[in-house]
Ligand binder design. Structure first.
Ligand code: ADP
Length: 587
C-alpha cells in the first residue's frame, strides 16, 4: 500500500483500493448477483405468463413455452447465487488478509512515540475491527444492498408492463423513500461512532489490565479493576443501545411506509382489473412485485444502516492506523558504511514530542573501540541518549554521526544493523528460547545460536523443560531477571555489531547471576565501541572512560582513575555509594 495515509479519512476509497486489487473475482461476483436478481424477478413475470397462458387455452403450446421460461429462470436464479457465493467465500476472505497484512506492516513502521501515545490493545483491536468491517461491508453490499436495489429496479420495470403510470409512481416513491432512509441513517452516524469508540476502549482497557496483572495482584487491585471495568462496560452498553435503538426506529418508519405503499399498489391493480384494463395475471404480477418491493426496500434499509455502522467502525479505525510514518528514511538515505563505530554528537538539541527538552547544544565524541560508562542521576538523559543513537527520535538541531555519517541521512535498517543493545528491561517474545536469541541475527544457524548462548553463560537453558525449545512465558515471565539478561547478551553476541549499547539492570541480581553476567559482558565488549549506562559505579571502574551526565550536560568526562583523583562529582558519587554499601553491610 503506497502512502496509506491518503486513505485515513476516506474509508470508501480505502475499501475500493482493495476491491481493485482483486478486480476479476469481484466482477464475476457482481455479474452473477446482477443476473441472479434479474432471473429471480423475472420468475414473477414467468408466473404471470403461465397464469395468463393457462387462463387462455389449457392445451396450447404457449403453456409449455411459459413453463420452460419459468423453469429456466428458477434454475438460473438458484445456480447464479451459488456461483457468487462460491467465489465470494474465497475473495472476501482474501481481502481481509490483504488488509490485515498491510495494516500490520504499516503499524510496525511507526516511531516509538506513536506507540507511546496509543495502547497495544487499542491498536490490535482496530486492525481486527477494520478487517471485520471490510468483510461485513463487502458481504452486505453483495447480499443485502445490491440484490434489493436491482430487484426494486427490475420489479418497477415489470410493473410498467401492467401500467406505466403505476411504475412511474412506484419509482418516485421508492426514490423518495431511499433518500429519506439514507438521510436518517446518516443522522445516526455520531451514535454509531460513539459505540465504535467505546468498544475499542474496552479492548484497550482489558489488554492494559492483563499486561499489568502482576501489579494488580501485588496491590490487591482486583476489586478496583472490576469496578473500573464495569464503568467502561456500562459506557459501551449505553452507546450500543443508543445506536441499536436508532436503527430500530429507522426500521419502524420504513415498515409503515412500505405497508401503505403495497396497499395502494394492490388496490390500484384491482381497480384496473375491474375496469378491464388488466388481466388476472397482471393483478398477480402487481401483487408479487409489490411484495418484492416491500421486502427489497426493507432489506435495503436494514442493510444500509448496518453498512453505516460498519463504515463507522472503519472510519474510526483508519485515522489512527493510517498515520504517516513520522520517522521515515530520508529520501536519499544511503546504507551506513561501517568502519570501527566512531560516534559523535555535534551541537545536538533534542526535545520529546510533548515538548520536554532534554539536550541543548550537546557534544560528545566516542573513539572506535572505546568503552564508555554513562552515569548520572535518574532523568539525566541517559536513556534518551540511547534512543537518539538508535534514531528512535529525530533531533531538532545538530548532528549525530556514526563513522562520520549523519544518522539522519542513512537508512535506519543499516544503522540498527551496526548496533547491538542489551536493554535494562529485556523484551522477550512468547516464542522459544532459540527464536528469542536468534532475533539478534535471523539467518543464524542453530549451532551459532547455541554458541552465542554459551558465550553469554546461558547454562540455565539446559535445565529448562525443553531446553532451547522451551517457550518463555509472556514477556519471559518464566525466566528470572538474570536469565533474561543473559538471553539478551546472547542475542547481542549473535548480532556481532561494532557498536554496543548496554543498559545495566537496576534490579539486584543474585551474586551468581551477577558474576556470570559481568563475565559474559566483558567478553561481549571486547573489540567493540561500547556505551554502557551504569547504575552501580563498580560496573564501570574498569572502563576506558566515564561520562557523567546531569540535566543533559556532560558534568565530568575522563578515565575513571583521573576522575577519582579530582575532587569532582564522580568522586562524590563514589563516596556516597561506598557510604551506602557500608550502611547496608552494617545493617
Ligand atoms: P535517564 O535515563 O538518565 O534516567 P531519561 O533519558 O529517561 O533519563 O529522561 C530524561 C528526561 O526526559 C526526563 O526528564 C524524562 O522525564 C524525560 N522523558 C523520558 N522519556 C520521555 C518521553 N517519551 N516523553 C517525554 N519526556 C520523556
Amino acid at each position: 500500500m503506497d502512502e496509506p495515509q491518503r486513505y485515513a479519512n476516506r474509508p470508501f476509497a480505502f475499501i475500493l483500493s482493495y476491491v481493485r486489487r482483486r478486480k476479476a473475482s469481484h466482477i464475476i461476483i457482481l455479474s452473477a448477483i446482477l443476473a441472479a436478481v434479474a432471473c429471480a424477478t423475472g420468475t414473477q413475470y414467468g408466473v404471470k405468463s403461465l397464469v395468463d397462458a393457462l387462463s387462455r387455452a389449457p392445451q396450447a403450446i404457449s403453456v409449455w413455452a411459459a413453463f420452460a421460461l419459468l423453469v429456466s429462470l428458477i434454475t438460473a436464479d438458484n445456480l447464479l447465487w451459488r456461483v457468487a457465493g462460491w467465489i465470494s467465500s474465497s475473495t472476501f476472505v482474501a481481502v481481509t488478509g490483504d488488509l490485515r497484512r498491510d495494516l500490520f506492516r504499516h503499524l510496525t513502521g511507526h516511531s516509538l512515540s506513536y506507540f507511546a501515545d496509543r495502547g497495544p490493545g487499542t491498536l490490535s483491536s482496530r486492525i481486527t475491527a477494520a478487517s471485520n468491517a471490510i468483510f461485513t461491508m463487502e458481504n452486505l453490499f453483495i447480499w443485502n444492498v445490491l440484490p434489493p436495489v436491482v430487484a426494486t429496479a427490475a420489479a418497477i420495470a415489470l410493473v410498467a408492463t401492467v401500467s406505466v403510470p403505476m411504475a412511474l409512481g412506484l419509482s418516485a416513491l421508492s426514490g423518495v423513500m431511499v433518500m429519506f432512509m439514507f438521510r436518517l441513517a446518516a443522522a445516526g452516524q455520531p451514535l454509531h461512532h460513539e459505540f465504535a469508540d467505546k468498544a475499542a476502549a474496552i479492548d484497550g482497557e482489558m489488554v492494559d489490565v492483563i499486561s499489568n496483572v502482576s501489579l494488580v495482584r501485588a496491590f490487591g487491585g482486583r476489586r478496583r479493576e472490576h469496578r473500573r471495568f464495569d464503568g467502561v462496560v456500562d459506557l459501551e452498553l449505553t452507546a450500543r443501545q443508543r445506536s441499536l435503538r436508532y436503527l430500530e426506529k429507522l426500521r419502524l418508519i420504513h415498515a409503515s411506509f412500505t405497508i401503505l405503499l403495497t396497499i395502494g399498489l394492490l388496490a390500484w391493480a384491482i381497480v384496473l382489473w375491474q375496469r378491464g384494463a388488466a388481466t388476472t395475471g397482471d393483478v398477480i404480477l402487481a401483487c408479487t412485485l409489490g411484495l418484492t418491493i416491500l421486502h427489497a426496500t426493507r432489506d435495503l434499509a436494514v442493510a444500509l444502516v448496518d453498512a453505516t455502522q460498519h463504515l463507522a467502525r472503519l472510519a474510526e479505525a483508519l485515522p489512527t492506523l493510517l498515520v504517516a510514518h513520522d520517522m521515515a528514511d530520508h529520501p536519499e538515505a544511503k546504507p551506513l558504511i561501517q568502519c570501527g563505530a566512531r560516534l559523535s554528537f555535534e551541537r545536538v538539541s533534542f526535545r520529546y514530542p510533548d515538548g520536554h527538552g532534554v539536550f541543548n547544544n550537546f557534544n560528545l565524541e566516542v573513539e572506535p573501540g572505546q568503552r564508555v560508562g554513562l552515569i548520572g542521576q535518574s532523568g539525566a538523559g541517559k536513556s534518551t541518549l540511547f534512543a537518539m543513537i538508535q534514531r528512535f527520535y529525530a533531533v531538532q538541531a545538530g548532528r549525530i554521526l556514526v563513522d562520520g555519517q549523519d544518522i539522519a541521512h542513512i537508512t535506519q535498517d543499516s544503522l540498527r544493523d551496526a548496533i547491538a543493545v542489551v536493554p535494562q528491561d529485556v523484551s522477550l517474545f512468547q516464542r522459544s528460547v532459540m527464536e528469542n536469541i536468534r532475533y539478534g541475527k535471523p539467518d543464524a544457524s542453530d549451532d551459532m545460536v547455541v554458541a552465542a548462548a554459551l558465550a553469554a553463560r546461558c547454562e540455565f537453558i539446559d535445565d529448562l523443560p525443553n531446553g532451547f525449545d522451551t517457550v518463555v512465558g509472556t514477556h519471559g515471565v518464566k525466566l528470572s531477571g538474570g536469565q533474561r539478561q543473559r538471553i539478551a547478551i546472547a542475542r547481542a553476541f549473535l548480532r556481532d555489531a561494532p557498536l554496543l549499547l548496554l543498559d545495566e539492570a537496576t534490579s539486584s541480581l543474585d551474586s551468581e547471576s551477577e558474576e556470570a553476567i559481568r563475565e559474559s559482558l566483558s567478553r561481549l565488549m571486547h573489540g567493540r565501541t561500547v556505551i554502557a549506562i551504569a547504575h552501580r559505579l563498580s560496573t564501570v571502574r574498569g572502563f576506558d572512560r566515564i561520562v557523567l551526565l546531569e540535566n543533559g550536560h556532560v558534568m565530568e568526562d575522563g578515565a575513571p582513575d583521573n576522575l577519582l583523583r579530582r575532587d569532582g562529582p564522580y568522586r562524590r558519587l563514589i563516596r556516597t555509594e561506598l557510604g551506602r554499601l557500608k550502611q547496608t553491610a552494617a545493617a
